[in-house]
Design a protein around this ligand. Sequence first.
Ligand SMILES: C[S@@+](CC[C@H](N)C(=O)[O-])C[C@H]1O[C@@H](n2cnc3c(N)ncnc32)[C@H](O)[C@@H]1O
Length: 627
Amino acid sequence: MLASLAARAYTTVTSPFKPSPSPAPPPPPLADPASPSPSTRSPPSGTHSAHSLDSPTTDKIAQDASDLTAAVDSRPVSPSPAAASAPAPDAMDLEDDDDEPSTFAAERTRTTRAGRADADAPDTDDPALGPDGKPYLVAGLYWSSALPPRTRDTPSSSSSSSAPTDWRKVTPTRGTALPPPVYHGETLVDDERAFRLPFDILRDCYYAPEAASRAGKGKGRKGRGRGGADEADAATTKREGKGGDKTTAADIAKREMSKKPEPYRHIGKNVYVDRKPDKAELPAICMCTLPARSTDMGCGQGCINRLMQYCCDPKKCPCGPDRCANVPLNKREGVPEGKDGLRVIWTGNRGFGLKTMVDIKEGDFVIEYRGEVISRDESYRRVLTTYKDQGSYYFMDYDGFEVIDAGQRGNSARFINHSCGPNLQVVRWRLATVEEYQMGLFALHDIPAGTELTYDYGWQDFSTLAAPTFAAAPAAAADGTEGGGTIALSTSTAIDPARQRCYCGASACSGFLGGRKRADAKAKKAAAAAAATTTSRGAAKGRASAANKRKRDDDDDDDDEGEGDDVDERPSKRPVFAQARVVLPTSTVLARVQADAAPGAGAGAGGLKRSGSGRKAAREALGKLLR
Ligand SMILES: C[S@@+](CC[C@H](N)C(=O)[O-])C[C@H]1O[C@@H](n2cnc3c(N)ncnc32)[C@H](O)[C@@H]1O
C-alpha cells in the first residue's frame, strides 16, 4: 500500500532522473531529503512514513518530506538479476556518503527490506515506476520551487477560502532535485508560489550586502538615507582624522547643503496606478449656508462634512465652488512647497528632511502626502526590485489594502522624517465624488519658522497588516471618556530588518525605527482597562476591542520582559512596517452627525451609503464601527 501511495504521489512529475529502459541498471542514487545527514543519521523506523501518511498535515513541506520518506522506505526489491547483483540502492547511497559505518548501512538495508514486506506489489502500469517496477524519487524536498510562477488566477495559499493546492499533481516546469536550501530561500523571496515570506526575511542575505558594498563605493543613491548618511559621516570623520585634508567644517557644511535629492516626478494629486478611482454613490452634501459677508468662506469648523473628515464636492456644496473652504486637500491652501515655504534640507543621519520657512499654527493644514496608490503586493515587488538598493522608502498606508508610494511620484511631503516627538499628524480625509482618500499632514502645535517638520510613522508589526487594521475600534481615552478619536492605521515605509536607528533626537525616542516607547505601552494598558469597562459600545466595537485587547496582552507580555527600562530597544521578533496614527472623527462628532442627518434626506455625511464589495466592504465595516 505504501508503495502505491508513494508512486501515486509522483505520477505527474517529470523526472530528470528517469531510469533508462531495460536492462535496468541500478538507478543513480538520489539524494533523500527526508533522511538525516550522515553526521546525525539514526536508524530509520518504519513507523515514520506510516504515521505521516495516516496523519495528513497542513504543512506542505512536512507532507513532501513524509511522502518522500514513504517513497524511499517502500522501494521494492529489484527483481532483475542485474539489480540483484548490484549493491542495494540504500547501501550504495550510504557508501557514497563517505564515513557511513558499514554496519549502519547493513542495518538500514535490512530495515528497508523489512518495511517492504508490508508493501503492495508494485503497479507496473504506473508511469512513476521504472521499467523494473520500482518507484523512483524524481525530485527532492524542495521540488516545488520548480513550479511555474503563480498567476493572478492561481489561488493564494494564504487565502483561507481556496482549497489547498495538491502539489503532487502539479508538474514542475524545470527539473529539480533538492536545490540547496539557500537558493530555495531566494526562490521564495522572489516568486509568489506556495506561500510568501515577508519581503525582508531573507533580504539581508541577498540584497543588503550587495547594496552595502555598492554604497561603500559611493555610487547611485547610496549617498542618501540611513546608510548613505552614515557612510558620508564616516568618510568625513576619516578625512578630518588624517589631518592631511584641508577640508574645513564650512566646506563640509556647504557640501552637505548642496546635496540634492534624487529626482522624482511632482504630482498634483494621487495617481491610481492599477485601477480607476471608485465612484461614490452619493455625494456628501453638507448643510452649510453661505456666510453673509461675501468675503467670508463657507464650510468652516461647523461644516458637518469637515467634522466627519469628508471633503465637500465643490460643485454640489451649498457654499459653491468658490466659497467652500472644505475642498479636497489638493485644492486646499497649505504651506506652499519651495524655498520660502516648505524647503527640502539635508539632515545628515536622517537623509533629507522638510523644514518650514514660515510659522504654522496648531491645527493648520500643512501639506497632503501624495504619491501613487498601489496594491500592497506591488509595494513588496517594488521593495525587492526598484527600491532594493535604497536606504529610504516612501510608503504610506492608504486604507489597509493599498499604499501610497511617493518613491517615484509625489510631493515634498515625501521628505518628512519620523520623530518620536512629532510636530505633525496624519489625518485621513475622504473625498466626495470618489470613494477614495487623501492624507493630510496637520500641525499638532504651533511650529515656528525654521523648524524641521516630522510626524510619527508609528511603526508596527508587518505581520499584522494582513487584515485591515481599521477593523480596530478607536480606543477609549485613557481618562475613560468615550472615543479616543484616533484609530491606528498601518502606514508608511517598509523597514530594513537590520533595524534602523532612529535619529529623531526626541527625549521620548525609542532608539530604533520600530522600537516601542515605554510610555506608549503604559498608555495602551490604561486604554485597555478603560475599554474593558466600557459597555455602551456596539457588538462590532466589542469584538474589535477584544481583538485589540489580545494584541495589547501580547504586547504586555513582551513589555514585562523589559520592565523598568525607559526604552524598549530589543529588535522586533517580526519584521516591522511603519504605521501612522490617522485621526478619525470622535464619537461626539458622530453623534452629532446622526442627530443632524434628516431621515431619508440622503444629505450630510451621516446619511451616506456606500456600495459594498471587496475593499468597499471593509470600508463599510469601518462605517458600521463608527455608527
Ligand atoms: C519618507 S522617507 C523621509 C525622507 C528621507 N529622509 C530622504 O532622504 O528622502 C523615510 C526614510 O527616511 C529615513 N528616516 C526618517 N526618519 C528617520 C529617523 N528619525 N531616523 C533615521 N532615519 C529616518 C529612513 O531611511 C526612512 O526610510
